[in-house]
Design a protein. Structure first.
Length: 196
């Protein structure tokens, strides 16, 4: 019978593979996130505003980014035997193959990051629907209208679009701040784990 302290060679090889893949994808996730930021953003400041070209590019790139985070999260969960506590040995008991608390926290960090990105994607979908509706209203304005509040609705939709872009700026700044924590965790994990 295999006890948690005496893993099979197969389990250990899987753990090493999943850790290496998690590390590789974590780096990809971070650099892909940096590529999502506006070109004029400094490493700590997103307050320089958002332009429409960046916003349109973001709406396309964020879906690719979701895929990277999902892949990284899957490897991170597999690396710590997520949901299979009987296979887990803590680092305090096994310095070579044990699971670090930072690895567990990294899984939660990636889950939060994924939920934020999925929220942004849902907002993009809603914003696109509103923009399409705004275009339809613009077409209505070209035709004679006896009654209604087309101009007022158009103004409100434009204000919502501006507010949405500002919200995305704030969300990305939040994610950038979170990455300071994530990168610290990741640095600790890389320093302590040395799988061959």
């Amino acid at each position: 019978m295999i006890t948690p302290l005496h893993h099979s060679d197969y389990t250990l090889k899987n753990r090493a593979f999943n850790c290496r893949m998690r590390n590789r994808y974590y780096e990809e996730v971070y650099y892909a996130f940096r590529a999502l930021l506006p070109n004029d953003a400094s490493s700590v400041d997103l307050d320089k505003g958002i332009n429409n070209a960046w916003y349109q590019n973001l709406s396309q790139e964020v879906r690719r980014y979701e895929h990277l985070i999902t892949t990284c999260l899957q490897y991170a969960q597999a690396a710590i035997f997520y949901g299979k506590a009987d296979n887990a040995t803590l680092y305090s008991k096994d310095k070579r193959w044990g699971i670090l608390q930072e690895e567990i926290f990294l899984v939660h960090f990636l889950q939060e990051l994924l939920s934020t990105i999925r929220y942004i994607i849902a907002r993009f979908d809603t914003d696109k629907m509103l923009q399409d509706w705004s275009s339809a209203i613009q077409d209505m304005k070209a035709k004679p209208v006896r009654y209604g509040f087309v101009n007022t609705i158009q103004e409100k939709l434009n204000a919502m679009s501006t507010a949405t872009m500002e919200e995305f700026r704030d969300l990305l700044k939040h994610v950038l701040d979170r990455f300071q924590i994530g990168n610290t965790l990741f640095g600790t994990i890389q320093e302590l784990q040395n799988f061959y």
